[in-house]
Design a binder for this molecule. Structure first.
Ligand code: NAD
Ligand code: MG
Length: 381
């Protein structure tokens, strides 16, 4: 029995994760959950699963939360210290890192420091501090298994050969809602249009990232650190059906891919039961019906965010932290109506080019640059 803590349990990944746990009661039990502000949903989750801990991470809600709404078997905690308690508890074996943004770094870091297994959905952690995170996991013998569907696919496909036999990994992208548009036709895109993703149902930040293709940019960086790849070993191909989740090409020309319908419950379950597999509630491919799989190269002129991703993966150092922070605030501004869609990558590039580059920064330096980049973007006009 693995005892699981889910950071960000009220989100899209978090709620899918609780469904996976409910379906596998003989393998997985829920020890703890967290939410930032939506404490009523968190309270409801304690009523069906009775985890030992529930954390409301927004401290300012400490006096506004109705404790009576939570299960009597659950201890209610607040703020960063609550996350720390959960991630370091000996009663937790696996931490699911499913908070959105750089805010997910702290819990992931603590869980790795404690040598726990981490199922990582929060790609921003690896974008901000990939080399430091991988080094920490190695030092403490912690296992880091990807939840992001592309990285889960690559993680699975890599098992078909040795690392020196890998020619390259190819990340697939749905292309988002604006596939096929030119840059000129992306100028006046509205938040509502950008929030309508064709294949995946996700939280708002990653949905906007998918529309700009910043999501794929972040995933290129995530793949580089997670799998220890050279720049020339990472490619992206657009695949609108989101059935082939990514693939690995080996030196002999063999391509090993992972296929399944777009349903995050499968990569979540794989990360939780790894190295084993078992029956799952995720939807299955129906081979009795005909369907097509289409592939096309990405359009880097229409989606300059992707070009930025390759550049940042290649430069490394402080670039990932700055790009990520700039993008988080740019997305917030776009959703609030104070930044145009096509200005998201433009503003990110401007802030990246201005920043004080360091090739091997410490964690505290990365966190300082994260704050500075946020302030820069807030001012960008
Ligand atoms: P979401 O917005 O649906 O949920 C985010 C969760 O994080 C919520 O529980 C929220 O309460 C919590 N949270 C938000 N801000 C916080 C803060 N400052 N401090 C602490 N907690 C905070 O997001 P999501 O779509 O579930 O994505 C979560 C992560 O998983 C992201 O990093 C995303 O890139 C990654 N991911 C998501 C999907 C998907 O299908 N949704 C797929 C791959 C990767
Ligand atoms: Mg993905």
């Amino acid at each position: 029995m693995k005892r699981v803590a889910v950071l960000g349990s009220t989100g899209s990944i978090g709620t899918n994760c609780l469904q996976v746990l409910d379906a596998l009661p003989e393998r997985l039990s829920l020890s703890g959950i967290t939410a930032h502000r939506r404490w009523r949903e968190l309270a409801e989750q304690t009523q069906s699963n009775h985890p030992r801990w529930a954390v409301v991470t927004d401290e300012s809600l400490r006096h506004g939360v109705d404790r009576g709404a939570f299960s009597t078997k659950t201890e209610l905690l607040f703020g960063e210290s609550g996350i720390e308690r959960l991630c370091s508890a000996p009663e937790v074996d696996v931490v699911v890192s499913a908070i959105v943004g750089a805010a997910g770094l702290r819990g992931t870091w603590i869980a790795l420091e404690c040598g726990k297994a981490v199922a990582i959905a929060n790609k921003e952690t690896l974008v901000v501090a990939g080399p430091l995170v991988m080094e920490l996991a190695k030092r403490t013998n912690a296992t880091l298994v990807p939840v992001d569907s592309e990285h889960s696919a690559i993680f699975q496909a890599l098992q078909a050969g040795r690392s020196n036999e890998v020619k390259r990994v190819v990340l697939t992208s749905s292309g988002g809602p604006f596939r096929g548009r030119t840059l000129a036709r992306l100028r006046d895109v509205t938040p509502a249009e950008a929030l309508a993703h064709p294949t995946w149902n996700m939280g708002p930040k990653i949905t906007i990232d998918s529309a700009t293709m910043m999501n794929k940019a972040l995933e290129v960086i995530e793949a580089k650190w997670l799998f220890g790849l050279r720049d020339d070993q990472i490619d992206v191909v657009v695949h609108p059906q989101s059935i082939v989740h990514s693939f690995v090409e080996f030196t002999d020309g063999s391509v090993i891919a992972q296929l399944s319908p777009p349903d995050m419950r499968l990569p979540i379950q794989y990360a939780l039961t790894y190295p084993e597999r078992c029956e799952s509630i995720a939807s299955k491919l129906d081979w009795t019906k005909s369907f097509d799989l289409h592939f096309e190269p990405p359009d880097l002129d229409a989606f300059p965010a992707l070009r930025l991703g390759f550049e940042v993966a290649s430069r490394g150092g402080t670039c990932g932290a700055v790009l990520n922070a700039a993008n988080e605030v740019a997305v917030e501004r776009f959703l609030a109506g104070s930044l145009r869609f096509c200005d998201i990558p433009r503003a990110c590039r401007a802030v990246l080019e201005q920043h004080d580059f360091d090739a091997s920064p410490s964690l505290s330096e990365l966190l300082r640059l994260d704050q500075e980049a946020r302030q820069e973007i807030a001012r960008w006009a």
